[in-house]
Write a protein that binds this ligand. Structure first.
Ligand code: NI
Length: 139
């Protein structure tokens, strides 16, 4: 039996999508408003889903307080109110801080921590706007 448990977190962060070897025009064409030279922000909604079997005594897959602490320490505190092109230690220099890249990087930040608490990470889902999100399942 496998049960899935999801925690939502929110953070606000700035970024710029930009390839420095490209012309301003080509950057604008590819990245649109996200190429704005002086940055811009998004209100991100992050959904992290873990899976496992409910413990027969506690009924928990893992303690949600621990999940919350892991997300806060390893993800939200690092990203919230940051400039993701410059400030975040787990975003490699030169990597575009797109929603697609962020879900993979966030997965890498928390996979082991969740394992240590007896559950398995199932999905990292990140909304950049209410109409666009990316998902990663660790494949
Ligand atoms: Ni953007």
């Amino acid at each position: 039996m496998t049960v899935y448990l999801t925690r939502r977190e929110r953070f606000n962060a700035a970024h710029k999508l930009w390839v420095k070897d490209w012309s301003d025009e080509k950057n604008r064409e590819m990245f649109g408003k996200c190429s704005n030279k002086n940055w811009h922000g998004h209100n991100y909604h992050l959904y992290v889903t873990v899976k496992g079997q409910p413990d027969p005594v506690t009924g928990f897959i893992m303690n949600v307080k621990d999940l919350s602490k892991i997300l806060k320490k390893h993800v939200v505190d690092k990203l919230d109110h940051s400039n993701m092109n410059l400030d975040v230690d787990f975003i490699p220099e030169g990597m575009q801080p797109t929603t697609e890249n962020l879900v993979v990087l966030i997965w890498q930040q928390i996979e082991e921590q969740i394992k240590e608490h007896g559950a398995a990470l199932h999905c990292v889902k990140l909304y950049e706007t209410e109409n666009i999100y990316a998902e990663y399942y660790g494949e």
